[in-house]
Design a protein around this ligand. Structure first.
Ligand SMILES: [Zn+2]
Length: 375
């Protein structure tokens, strides 16, 4: 991880680099701030920088043996601790190392991530992730090993607030008096939930939200959106890059649903079998979760259009595109067919849920709509 890959946060980067250059490297540091501001990548980039054999003024070199191993997250003197869920399957999972493969894959996808996304990734969304008591033995064991090759042995603890109290208590001594050249980097969304005896042993670094301008620039590059959209999303994201990404993907999804809706309605209205077939195949190609989302979206839109007939001016819950299409389409939704529309869409949703062939479901739905739309 390089400092240059982290969005904004230039003052924190500078602060970390300057203190490293002066040789002021506290052995326990607590990176605090809300989710999605880049605390974890900052900690990782800092650890890489400290161990780089040929760092520049602003970043690690990326080429030395240490950097190469850091980039692959496989340096033998780099350790991770993070919340997990115990699994009693054939292959028991009870400490972080049992999840290390998943963890590395997960970080490689994006170094901006949330706790819930991690739990989703290891398929335990409905469980409580914890750093269990047993992990403390692992930590102490790993840190008692002789340093392999690095300048600093680094232990990154992501979300220490999720640490079981008995684990935290067992770590107090080693955090206070770590073995030679060991550095603890704790990365926390809720530092006040960490036991005070650990908090007081760490030097605290407060990480603020990502600056609006920096975030907008990053979004423009990463998501291919207009500067205006990037600016407004950044403003709403309140410093969290994760929140901004979520807003954008939600918008993208709605745009896709709207386009599919228009195609489905146009083909059905025209009674053009070839078009109907193309449209239903396209909807069938977007995946089951999206299909369900699309059908729910369509129900909402039909309801809004129907309601708008009673008061043309009040399409308040619609986007500009939706309202534009509604000007011509809404008059076709009336008291004779609204129930039929809602029933058919709900039925299609149920069939998708039951794994019925999607092409058939949507083709059939379009045929029903050709009848309904003329009523
Ligand atoms: Zn290097």
């Amino acid at each position: 991880m390089f400092f240059r890959d982290i969005i904004g946060q230039n003052d924190v980067k500078e602060q970390l680099i300057n203190s490293a250059k002066k040789g002021i490297i506290p052995h326990a540091q607590l990176f605090c701030g809300q989710e999605g501001v880049g605390k974890f990548p900052l900690a990782l980039a800092y650890a890489q920088y400290l161990n780089c054999e040929d760092p520049s003024e602003t970043d690690s070199c990326g080429k030395c043996p240490s950097c190469v191993k850091y980039n692959h997250l496989v340096h033998p003197d780099l350790h991770f601790v993070f919340p997990i869920v115990k699994k009693a399957a054939k292959k028991k999972k009870e400490v972080c190392d049992d999840y290390i493969t998943e963890w590395r894959e997960f970080i490689r996808q994006s170094c901006y991530f949330s706790f819930s996304r991690w739990l989703g990734y290891i398929d335990v969304e409905n469980s409580q992730g914890l750093i269990y008591s047993k992990e403390s033995e692992e930590i102490i064991r790993k840190l008692s090993l002789r340093i392999y090759e690095a300048r600093y042995k680094v232990m990154i603890i992501w979300l220490p607030e999720k640490m079981h109290e008995s684990c935290a208590n067992k770590l107090l001594k080693i955090i206070e008096e770590p073995t030679d050249n060991t550095i603890f980097l704790l990365v926390s969304n809720m530092p006040d939930h960490i036991i005070t005896t650990i908090q007081s042993r760490c030097q605290r670094i407060n990480i603020h939200g990502v600056e609006e301008k920096e975030m907008a620039r990053a979004l423009e590059a990463a998501c291919n959106i207009t500067p205006e959209d990037a600016a407004s999303v950044s403003r709403l994201a309140n410093g969290s890059y994760l929140k901004a990404m979520e807003t954008i993907s939600l918008n993208e999804e709605l745009k896709m649903f709207f386009n599919l809706f228009v195609r489905m309605m146009r083909a059905s209205y025209a009674r053009n079998i070839k078009e109907i077939k193309t449209a239903s195949n396209e909807i069938a190609g977007v995946g089951r979760e999206n299909q369900k989302g699309f059908l729910q979206y369509s129900q909402r839109l039909i309801r809004e259009y129907f309601a708008s007939n009673f008061n043309q001016a009040k399409m308040v819950y619609l986007t500009q595109d939706e309202a534009g299409f509604g000007m011509r389409f809404a008059p076709f939704i009336n008291e004779r067919n609204i129930i039929g529309f809602m029933n058919e869409l709900a039925l299609a949703e149920q069939h998708i849920e039951q794994n019925v062939n999607a092409k058939m479901v949507f083709f059939d739905l379009c045929l029903k709509i050709t009848m309904l739309i003329k009523q």
